[in-house]
Design a protein around this ligand. Structure first.
Ligand code: ZN
Length: 237
């Protein structure tokens, strides 16, 4: 493909690519977009064939029992991974499923899910092979995202005594994926949103999962929390 790009033939172009390549790229992009429109039509037709009342029921409102906080990676969609349907899982996703107590986006989703939708389970779902976690283990600058990845570097620092003993890079990255999920579960438990909910409810649990993209299965890290008893005296509010 490199021979298609010719920076000398069209120096006036702001993209510095040939007109032929520009046309090809535009066509490919158009096709990708059209596939989305076609996919939507197929989804509607399929859903209506299964249940003619499907969208009327969806439009009537949502009553999800689960909040999913997962990675933005395109390979780990909440509904598909859990075999659930639209309306069953409230979803928040960001790079490397990080829960930061100053992130108004995450906090708004958490507050709405816990206090309005009254979800019963909050699941932090990481995944092996997470690009965000792997990038956080390195020393390369990626730009703006470096600020976000700092949160994962902090997780590494907290657990460096364990991680530094793992010599295999892939295994060390996989363990950091798990530890990152565990720390984010802990971060959720530390929020006043969760702690206040636990003062009023006994049916709210926070869980930590890792998805193995290679098999499709999730691993429950067995760090589920349903009270602030073990939060430690400085975090219990
Ligand atoms: Zn990821």
């Amino acid at each position: 493909m490199s021979n298609i790009v010719n920076r000398d033939t069209n120096p006036s172009s702001p993209l510095n690519i040939t007109p032929e390549l520009a046309a090809e790229l535009k066509e490919r992009s158009k096709n990708t977009y059209q596939q989305l429109i076609d996919g939507n039509r197929a989804f509607v037709e399929r859903s209506l064939a299964d249940d003619p009342d499907y969208f009327n029921k969806l439009a009537a409102g949502q009553n999800p029992q689960v909040l999913w906080i997962g990675c933005a990676d395109s390979r780990v969609p909440a509904n598909e991974v859990t075999g659930t349907k639209p309306g069953e899982v409230f979803v928040h996703r960001n790079i490397a499923n990080v829960c930061v107590h100053s992130d108004m986006n995450m906090l708004s989703v958490l507050d709405y899910a816990v206090n309005v939708l009254k979800v019963k389970h909050v699941i932090v779902a990481g995944h092996y092979g997470c690009g965000g976690v792997i990038a956080a283990m390195g020393n390369k600058q990626f730009g703006l995202i470096d600020n976000w990845l700092r949160h994962i570097k902090d997780v590494y620092r907290l657990h460096s005594h364990e991680l530094d003993l793992i010599t295999d890079d892939k295994q060390r990255a996989n363990r950091l994926v798990e530890l990152n999920v565990i720390e984010q579960v802990f971060n959720l438990c530390k929020t006043t949103i969760i702690q206040n909910a636990w003062k009023e409810r006994v049916d709210l649990e926070i869980h930590g999962w890792v998805i193995d993209i290679g098999t499709g299965y999730v691993k429950d890290l067995k760090v589920s929390c349903n009270s602030s008893v073990n939060l430690g005296k400085v975090f219990a509010l």
